[in-house]
Design a binder for this molecule. Sequence first.
Ligand code: G1P
Length: 283
Amino acid sequence: MKAVIPAAGLGTRFLPMTKNSPKEMLPIVDKPAIQYVVEEAVGSGINDIVIVTGRGKEVIENHFDIAYELEKILDERGETKKLDEIRKISRLADIYYIRQKMPLGLGHAIYVARRHIGRATFAVMLGDDIIISKKPCIKQLIEAYKKVNASVIAVQKVEKKRISKYGVIEYEKVENNLYKIIDIVEKPSIEEAPSNMAVMGRYILTPKIFSYIKKLKPGKNDELQLTDALKEMLKNHDIYAYRFEGERFDLGDKLDWIKINVELALKGKESKELKKFLKNLLK
Ligand code: G1P
């Protein structure tokens, strides 16, 4: 299976940081966010990844490339642990880059990758949604896909007051954590939301989706919405939702970015010092 990682968004909720640097390169402790997404794909058995980028996102390509000078210097200094870690990044997967030349929406971002995807079922992993879980989220979706042999979308319950930030599904339960989607709406108002089950940035899609994206008209925020294509596809094909195990962070959101850094740092080498620091700070 191949994966598409849309990473062309402008990151306007994270300005001024994102004025000249992609939000996908925001550090989470010591790794850029997009490396977590690529590692999630690789950890799920996906080794062919298309990252959909845009102007100013070249630094993403450089991150997954060989860093010749750096590697040479680390080698000469005998810093083998660091060298291994750096080399591993450029060997993670076969990564291809396609540019979305205009920010026309998520549906369009996926559409520009259609020739690379061809006729196979593929994964979509939003570059600004970071999911921390025991089993990689996209692997959980692949397993659900193997059961139902139809498109599967990751969902989680969210507080009603936050529902308008998401695609929201109307559903009926199939079994534990697996639902058949009846309807899907992009960023509904609280009153219009058909449930509190929101779409998180992971999808397994059959290639039929491309013909529905092709017919899309601008939707919410005047963008070509993937959700609208899924809504149309529902008329002819079954689509399922899977309530995955894991914690999801939205990197477009400043508070979520701070939270994930604190949470992961508390699990890392600096945890003891950090705990002391936080305790003092909160006194
Ligand atoms: C996109 C999708 C939305 C989904 C969300 C998850 O919205 O359009 O349906 O719920 O990702 O992060 P965005 O956050 O890009 O506006």
